[in-house]
Write a protein that binds this ligand. Structure first.
Ligand code: SF4
Ligand code: SF4
Length: 333
């Protein structure tokens, strides 16, 4: 292993949202290290409400066979961080505790220079892989592309072993997904790009402060029942919960049948009463309030016309296409 901490561990932390497969990726990574590379290793995850879209972490430790693992606390000082969803950095300190020689892998289409600021990286290596695009192209999942990229930076792990782990893990339950998972893994491995940022002269890495990583503990957590980030009000911030696709609405082909609204698990569709051709009042669909949309695309499946289609979410798409609910506008006024 290239670097280890004072306890002899090489540590990896995966920062993700529920539904992108970071937990499974962590388990597979650990299995490849233990079974394939003959190291000691451990993997575990921490997550809250377990709903799709909420923040989750996976922790992996490797060490040599003579080092016992008696530490199952969260990884606070990672040698490698894998950020599965770029927008997580808005609300989670994803790079908390990194060293000057750590590598931060980000699922993004942006350049490492751009990500250096948004990920709050003073020095270290930034690796970029557009895992969402690869996963959509290959009809597979973001975690396989991220795993491929992680293997490039953990060169003590053998990618061929990992392919065996993928075949074993998916082969029994989802045999039809094995080849696309292997392709996605391979592309993640080959397409990841790195850039190293040395520590500027005369500048020191900030001292590690434990509260940077775990701001909530038994001493600092809010009093029970306090909702600090409301999910049920206009303050709800869904920017981190979508996984690459959004419904696109074309008003011209909409027949206002409301099948989309019937299947939508959230309050996304905005309607307005207007006179129909005969002057009778009728509800007409105006568009989608993306603040409440998690990108499940159930509405696209249900729509009997071409009024709804699944589109790749680009930065700013939701903001520029959203039609606000009237009650949002009233609440914010
Ligand atoms: S299901 Fe399609 S056609 Fe029907 S209201 Fe929704 S968008 Fe319009
Ligand atoms: S993608 Fe899902 S959450 Fe978004 S509008 Fe369609 S059904 Fe609702």
């Amino acid at each position: 292993m290239p670097k280890v901490n004072e306890l002899g561990f090489f540590e990896i932390r995966l920062e993700s949202i529920g539904g992108l497969g970071a937990n499974l990726a962590g388990k597979m990574l650990a299995e490849a290290g233990v079974v394939g590379a003959g190291m000691n290793g451990v993997s575990f995850s921490s997550y809250g409400s377990e709903k799709k879209g909420s923040a989750v972490k996976a922790h992996i430790r490797f060490c040599d066979l003579n080092t016992p693992i008696r530490d199952t606390s969260p990884v606070e000082r990672p040698h490698v961080v894998g950020v599965f969803h770029e927008a997580l950095a808005k609300t989670v300190n994803v790079t908390g505790g990194i060293y000057e020689h750590s590598t931060v892998l980000v699922n993004s289409a942006k350049s490492p220079e751009t990500l250096k600021a948004s990920m709050n990286v003073l020095a270290g290596t930034i690796a970029v892989i557009d895992a969402t695009t690869i996963a959509l192209d290959e009809k597979n999942r973001v975690n396989m592309a991220m795993l491929g990229a992680l293997f490039r930076m953990c060169d003590f792990l053998d990618p061929e072993i990992m392919k065996g782990v993928i075949e074993k893990s998916l082969g029994k339950k989802y045999p039809q997904a094995v080849q696309s998972a292997l392709n996605t893994f391979e592309r993640g491995f080959n397409e990841v790009k790195f850039m190293h940022f040395p520590l500027p002269e005369g500048v020191q890495m900030p001292a590690f402060v434990r509260s940077d990583v775990s701001s909530l503990g038994y001493e600092t957590q809010p009093i029970g029942g306090t909702i600090v980030s409301p999910g049920n009000s206009f303050l709800k911030n869904l920017s981190i919960s979508r996984s690459g696709l959004l419904p696109h609405f074309e008003a011209e082909t909409c027949i206002h049948c409301a099948q989309c609204d019937t299947v939508c698990p959230d309050l996304c569709f905005v309607w307005e009463e207007q006179p129909d051709k005969k002057g009778r009042p009728q509800m007409f669909l105006q568009g989608i309030d993306y603040q409440y949309c998690k990108g499940c695309l159930k509405c696209v499946e249900a729509c009997p016309t071409t009024a709804l289609s699944g589109e790749r979410e680009e930065e700013g798409y939701a903001d520029s296409h959203t039609v606000r609910h009237h009650f949002d506008l009233i609440t914010q006024a």
